[in-house]
Each structure stands twice: as C-alpha cells, then as structure tokens.
Design a protein around this ligand. Structure first.
Ligand SMILES: CC(C)(COP(=O)(O)OP(=O)(O)OC[C@H]1O[C@@H](n2cnc3c(N)ncnc32)[C@H](O)[C@@H]1OP(=O)(O)O)[C@@H](O)C(=O)NCCC(=O)NCCS
Length: 223
C-alpha cells in the first residue's frame, strides 16, 4: 500500500495495480458509455476503490459521477481524489470536517517525454532541476506529478483553472534506498488564491511524494 502511509489520519486510501471487474451505477455507466474499453475499465476500477474507501467511512452505495469541473461530485461532507496511470489506480476519501481538500496523482517513474518540461514548469523549477546531480530519480516527472495533485486539490475549492505556470513546486527528500525514495513538497500558488468554499485564500499546499515499484505517487491533504 503506497498511498495510505502518505496521508494524515482521517483519510482512507485504496489502490490497485490493475483493473477489477466492477459494477457501475447506471448514471456512472451512462457517463462513460462512449469511452474506449481501457478508459471504461479504469473509470470503473477507481470508483470501486473509492466506494470501498467510503464504506470504511460508513458511506455505502455512493454514486460517483464526474461534475462539470472534471472532478467527482463527492457525497455531501466528503472530500476525495482519484488517479490512474499504467499499473496503478488510487482513490482517497475523507470527511470534509477533517480535511479541506485532497489531491493525488500517480505517474510511471520515467523521464518526462521530450519537450514537455518547458510547458509544465516555471523557470525557477527548471533551474533547480538543472542543478541536481543525476541520482536515478526522475525529478522532472515528479514535478509534473506534484503539479497534477496540486490542481486536483485546488480546483474543487476555487472552481478555477490553475495552469502549470501558476504554481512553483519545491521538494524535500526524506529517505532514499536503491529503488525507492520519499519526501515532501510545497506548491506555492502564484496567482490570486481566493476560494469558494468559505475558507481562507490558498497561498500554498504542502504534500508528500513517494517513488517505489516503478511508480511516482504524490498527495496533498489540506486540513
Ligand atoms: C485534471 C488532471 C489534473 C487529471 O490528471 P491526469 O494525470 O490526466 O489523470 P489522473 O488519472 O491522474 O486523474 C484523473 C482523475 O482526476 C480527477 N479530476 C479530473 N478533473 C478534476 C478536477 N478539476 N478537480 C479534481 N479532480 C479532478 C477525476 O476524478 C479523474 O478521474 P475520472 O476521470 O475517472 O473521474 C489533468 O488532466 C489536467 O487537466 N491537468 C492540467 C491542470 C494542471 O495540472 N495544472 C497544474 C497546476 S500546478
């Protein structure tokens, strides 16, 4: 289990490394009916995982359709986030009274494709990357993964777009072995941080990252 240990108490995570044969609610099935089978399978699997996690909170049979902003319309009083990439599906949920917003993302632990870095980074991030000694970790992909988790935490409480140029990520490394590493990150928001959830503006999010089993996983849980 990669995700659960990256999260504060009160959040429940479920994950899988492939797809499961999961039942969808008719409204979910209608939403994904025109997608290709691979997309249908990942959509169904993360919802199965999210329903399992919601069950731990005492919430059964939740319908998890995507809302207009792209994120799930979670049950009232619940925050959550989903991610899927090759070899990984993850879901996190928790009660809103304990956690303001949550964002997770997963990526294969591989370099970013050519020419992508300039489009997903700000200059100061590229300077830090360029100054790093080669250490076997794909920091460029980790940067991308942290930015996507940032967007998933940001959008539900602001209702607004956040571009890759609108946040600056800095990383801390806590531990390293031959084939794994983990640490923290901070996403400093570079635009007006006003929110629509009744809470204070967002100046930054603090998150965690982990690299293991060929995967990068990032998480933000803002209390
Ligand atoms: C939305 C986005 C972050 C999703 O990331 P991804 O790596 O493509 O896809 P993942 O598999 O990790 O995550 C997909 C899940 O994200 C969730 N998601 C999509 N839009 C979302 C939003 N606006 N808010 C919260 N969650 C969202 C959905 O639950 C989706 O799963 P589903 O389609 O099965 O419901 C990405 O497609 C995107 O638009 N990025 C540009 C914005 C951005 O990252 N800015 C950087 C800010 S620093």
């Amino acid at each position: 289990m990669i995700l659960q240990s990256m999260l504060p108490r009160g959040l429940v995570a479920r994950e899988a490394h492939g797809d499961v044969d999961a039942q969808l609610h008719p409204r979910e099935a209608a939403q994904i009916a025109r997608a290709v089978p691979k997309r249908q399978a990942e959509y169904a699997t993360v919802r199965h995982l999210a329903r399992e996690a919601l069950g731990e909170l005492g919430i059964d049979d939740a319908v998890l359709v995507k809302g207009e902003g792209g994120g799930v319309d979670w049950p009232r009083n619940v925050v959550g986030a989903l991610t899927h990439c090759d070899g990984y599906r993850g879901a996190v949920v928790g009660y809103r009274m304990g956690v303001r917003t949550v964002g997770i993302d997963a990526e294969p632990h591989l370099p970013l494709p050519d020419k992508v870095l300039p489009t997903v980074s700000v200059e100061s991030e590229r300077e830090v990357l360029a100054a790093r000694d080669a250490d076997g970790l794909h920091w460029d992909r980790l940067l991308f993964c942290a930015k996507e988790a940032t967007y998933k935490a940001w959008n539900p409480i602001t209702g607004r777009w956040l571009g890759f140029e609108d946040a600056e990520i800095t990383f801390g490394l806590e531990s390293r072995t031959d084939d794994s590493a983990e640490g923290t990150f901070r996403s400093r928001i570079l635009i007006d941080g006003r929110t629509t959830d009744g809470g204070p503006p967002v100046a930054s999010f603090d998150g965690r990252w982990r690299i293991t089993d060929g995967l990068i996983v990032t998480s933000i849980a803002e209390v």
